[in-house]
Each structure stands twice: as C-alpha cells, then as structure tokens.
Design a protein around this ligand. Structure first.
Ligand code: FES
Ligand code: FES
Length: 152
C-alpha cells in the first residue's frame, strides 16, 4: 500500500492492523511523534491525516491507504513554523512528550481558524494533556503565532 509521509510517497507492506504510530516511529524513524497513553487520551501521538488532527495510536495503517500524513518532522520547512517560533520565544516549549502533539494541534487549529480567540485556542488543544506544566504559555504562544501568520 502507498501512503504519503511529510510529502514523500512511501510504499509499505500491507499490515492493515499496524498502528499508524508504530509505522511512523518504528518503520519511518519519525520519533518526534510520541506515545503517551496509547489509548487516545493524551494527544502525544497527534499527527495530521489528510489535514485532519488525529491520534495516531488509534489509527490503523489500513485506514491510511492513499492518505497523506504530516508529522512534527514535516511541520517546519527551511525555518521553524511560527507556532514553534512563538513557543520558543514565549517559553511554551514543555517536555518532549506533550510538545510535539501541542504543536500539531496548534498548527491544525491555525490552518482552520487563523484568528482564534483564547477560548478557541483552549478548545483546539484540549485533546493534548500535560499533567505537570500547564497551558497558559502555550495558549499565549498560539495566539502570538496566529498574529505573526496574519501579519506575514
Ligand atoms: S498516545 Fe495516542 S492519545 Fe495518548
Ligand atoms: S506532559 Fe509535557 S510538560 Fe507536562
């Protein structure tokens, strides 16, 4: 079967029951996508599947035939994404488990809604759990990234 990962078409052996998360991390070496809960509750494994935010621990490879997957490794081009820039500058980079998923959720939100309100940002990242640091700086960074992207 064929699946496009970060713009590159990949031919893969048909194991339709393999989790997309394992395919990305183990077969493709894309370890930026993390496994937290493994049951769809934490958002650490968030990626975009045909532009839609999904938890890759709940997606089977068989559901990805012909689809396009974007991971944290594909978000930055030659420069960091504005969400990543804003997170760095506003001190919103948290641990390696929650940050990639928070970036993916924020990128998905801003593609859909370039001018989110604070409440809309909170809703956009509500599927991404952090049990240690919090969300205040992340919210500020996403709002700042939205402003940067509108002004670019
Ligand atoms: S590891 Fe997928 S939602 Fe937690
Ligand atoms: S889970 Fe990453 S900082 Fe809390």
């Amino acid at each position: 079967m064929k699946v496009t990962v970060n713009g590159r078409e990949v031919e893969t052996a048909p194991d339709p029951c393999r989790r997309l998360l394992d395919f990305l991390r183990e077969d493709q070496g894309l370890a930026g996508t993390k496994e937290g809960c493994g049951k769809g509750e934490c958002g650490a494994c968030a990626v975009l599947l045909d532009g839609r935010l999904v938890n890759s621990c709940l997606v089977l490879l068989g559901q990805c035939e012909g689809a396009s997957v974007e991971t944290i490794e594909g978000v930055a081009g030659t420069a960091l994404h504005p969400v990543q820039e804003a997170m760095l500058q506003l001190g919103a980079v948290q641990c390696g488990f929650c940050t990639p998923g928070l970036v993916m959720a924020s990128v998905a939100l801003l593609r859909e809604n370039p001018s989110p309100t604070p409440a809309e940002v909170r809703r956009g990242i509500e599927g991404n759990l952090c049990r240690c640091t919090g969300y205040v700086k992340v919210e500020a960074a996403v709002l700042d990234a939205a402003r940067r992207m509108r002004e670019a």
